[in-house]
Design a protein around this ligand. Structure first.
Ligand code: PAF
Length: 282
């Protein structure tokens, strides 16, 4: 496996693979790999001849006061883990490679970026869309892999690809969870022991939502009230939002039908955690 830092070199290497008729898979990441990242790499490995993992902690998607400086990083460990699943290249550019100064060009996906995480993190999805668009240019992959844990991010990227005619298939992979249900996240490392236990309430509240819907509940208000009730039983958990939205537009719904996303964000200690489930309601 090779670690490449230069965008020009990365693009020409991928060009060589494509010229040989090989299928290229890209897994965009910010590093500090866990089983969720590994599942994306495995999926990419199974479906492509050449697998590139990008590893870049993207300053453009962090707001003021967020954890850009503290975001966990361990390149040596990441290289070892990616090598273990047969990744061909890690693309690990510096900030100056991705954002030469002055940097003036951004990608803005409107509408679906305003609610959910977008409400508390203005500019976050502009940063995500911009860096992913740049990665798609530097690494012209046939397929790119994203986890459903970041459901709003998935919709933003799908919409950007559709609207801006990117020639890449977006492959969405299921959320990978710890045994007790906590969604895998690089930010779980911020949790102390008691916070880690309390954090299981996020997935428990989503399971409760699913149970209610399967039992015939069709009022979004009733579902989110029950979820909030469960979360409020954990003093260490401070919910930021608990919402039910439609999958296409990510707009809040009152009545549950069709494909819906039940999503939440909460602060637990200094970690901001998100989780969701996607349900098809008859
Ligand atoms: O999901 C992430 O890790 C990041 O948002 C991504 C897609 C790599 C863009 O920086």
């Amino acid at each position: 496996m090779r670690v490449v830092t230069s965008p020009q070199e990365m693009r020409s290497l991928v060009g060589e693979h494509r010229a040989r008729g090989e299928a290229v898979g890209l897994v965009p990441t910010m590093g500090f790999f866990h089983a969720g990242h590994i599942s994306l790499m495995r999926a990419a490995r199974e479906e492509n001849d050449c697998v590139v993992v990008s590893l870049f902690v993207n300053p453009a998607q962090f707001g003021p006061g967020e954890d850009l400086r503290d975001y966990p990083r361990d390149l040596a460990r990441d290289v070892k883990m990616a090598g273990g699943v047969g990744v061909d290249y890690i693309f690990h550019p510096g900030v100056e490679d991705m954002y030469p100064r002055p940097y003036l060009s951004y990608v803005e996906v409107e509408g679906i970026t305003e609610g959910l995480c977008g409400a508390a993190r203005p500019g976050h999805f502009r940063g995500v869309a911009t860096v992913v668009a740049k990665l798609f240019h530097i690494i012209p992959a046939h397929r790119a892999y994203f986890g459903l844990k970041d459901a709003q991010q998935v919709r933003v990227i799908q919409k950007m690809v559709e609207d801006l005619n990117f020639d890449v298939e977006i492959v969405v992979c299921p959320t990978v969870r710890e045994e007790d249900g906590l969604a895998m996240s690089s930010r779980n490392i911020y949790l102390g022991e008691e916070e880690r236990k309390a954090a299981t309430s996020l997935y428990r509240s989503l399971q409760l939502a699913e149970q209610l819907v399967r039992g015939g509940e069709r009022s979004a208000g009733a579902v989110t009230a029950a979820m909030r009730g469960l979360l409020e039983g954990e003093p260490l958990v401070r919910p930021e939002y608990v919402e039910v939205v439609d999958w296409q537009e990510l707009r809040p719904v009152e009545r549950l039908e069709g494909r819906i996303l039940v999503a939440l964000a909460a602060r637990v200690g200094r970690a901001r955690l998100i989780d969701n489930i996607l349900l098809d309601v008859p």
